[in-house]
Design a protein around this ligand. Structure first.
Ligand SMILES: NC(=O)C1=CN([C@@H]2O[C@H](COP(=O)(O)OP(=O)(O)OC[C@H]3O[C@@H](n4cnc5c(N)ncnc54)[C@H](O)[C@@H]3O)[C@@H](O)[C@H]2O)[C@@H](O)CC1
Ligand SMILES: Nc1ncnc2c1ncn2[C@@H]1O[C@H](COP(=O)(O)OP(=O)(O)O)[C@@H](O)[C@H]1O
Ligand SMILES: [Mg+2]
Length: 280
């Protein structure tokens, strides 16, 4: 396994071109936030916007609209019951982030079917949280038509997907299981030493995470950062390494003076850290 270093940031985060516009930095759609989990999708959306995504839409339960706009006025909103608008939007964006706070009820599964049927081979999809839990129960919900699938399970979600118990999740087994899930798959296996697996790639890991990150919403935040990075810098493994590194690097920095690192505080720091570690 190869360790990801701070160089991944300067290699990935490009200087912005003066003739660019918001459309140059990725159109993102985030889908999630059932009535009891609005915070998850709000954190993911805010993280994506603060990580530089050019245009961000959020498809969520309508009960979340006031809180979403109070926290992230930059985000556009779609009522996830409006399936016509949703399908059009799925077809227009570069990246879909599906799962934070999505839930596992019948309508959540219906949304996953809609995404699976609408997404195409020039788009990337980031699957997190309940998107993974729903796939674990029914593998036919996997959006195989996407150009690239990036899954971000924590160890228990990976166990649900693969059947591999946490204590048996070693490098070789994790790498082997990729092929059973989908082709064009990247897995970000989150733990105290998050590792990234992609077929025919040496697995990579970070060693800068901290237990100060062990708080609800920290993974939702990561899914937004990954989506934004892919939208701006391409869907390569290196882009994912940089997004994963940045997330823990900021948390590590904040943990020096904070017992617990709140996702909202981490998100506020993203533009500053991206400026500091971008190509000059
Ligand atoms: N504010 C919000 O709206 C939040 C909503 N959330 C949503 O809640 C839903 C359920 O997700 P959860 O992850 O809480 O529940 P899960 O049932 O998927 O897993 C969490 C359980 O696994 C255990 N665990 C063991 N090893 C772990 C590891 N390495 N990393 C993480 N957990 C580990 C935890 O202690 C916990 O009991 C998801 O849709 C998620 O997006 C959470 O993200 C928390 C915040
Ligand atoms: N002890 C720890 N050391 C390092 N990183 C951690 C630790 N605990 C949690 N994290 C990180 O915090 C994030 C938690 O993700 P997840 O469990 O999906 O949270 P949530 O679903 O609540 O948003 C992951 O990036 C994980 O690597
Ligand atoms: Mg999670």
């Amino acid at each position: 396994m190869e360790e990801i270093t701070i160089d991944s940031l300067t290699q990935t985060i490009k200087k912005r071109e003066s003739h660019s516009h918001k459309g140059s930095y990725g159109r993102l759609l985030l889908i999630g936030g059932n009535y009891n989990y609005g915070g998850a999708i709000t954190m993911a959306a805010k993280a994506a916007i603060y990580a530089g995504a050019g245009l961000v839409s959020v498809a969520t339960h309508s009960i979340n609209l006031p809180a979403l706009h109070a926290n992230v006025p930059e985000a556009m909103f779609v009522d996830w019951r409006d399936q016509n608008t949703l399908v059009q939007l799925i077809q227009q964006v570069d990246v879909v982030v599906l799962g934070p706070g999505l839930g596992q009820d019948d309508y959540a599964k219906k949304l996953m079917t809609l995404v699976k049927e609408s997404i195409s081979h020039n788009q990337t999809i980031v699957l997190d949280a309940d998107a993974l839990n729903n796939i674990a129960k029914n593998t036919s919900l996997t959006p195989r038509n996407a150009k690239k699938i990036i899954m971000t399970p924590h160890q228990v979600e990976w166990q649900r997907l693969t059947g591999l118990k946490v204590q048996f999740q070693d490098e070789k087994s994790n790498q082997t299981y990729l092929q059973y899930i989908a082709k064009n798959l990247t897995v970000v296996l989150k733990s105290e030493k998050t590792a990234i697996f992609e077929r025919e790639h040496e697995p990579h890991f970070i060693d800068i995470g901290t237990p100060a990150m062990a708080t609800g919403g920290m993974g939702d935040t990561l899914s937004g950062i990954i989506g934004a990075f892919v939208g701006q810098f391409g869907e390569t493994a290196e882009t994912v390494y940089a997004a994963v590194y940045l997330h823990s690097f900021i948390a590590n920095h904040l943990s020096r003076s904070n017992y617990v690192v709140l996702p909202s505080k981490l998100i506020e720091e993203i533009p500053h850290f991206m400026s500091r570690y971008s190509q000059k």
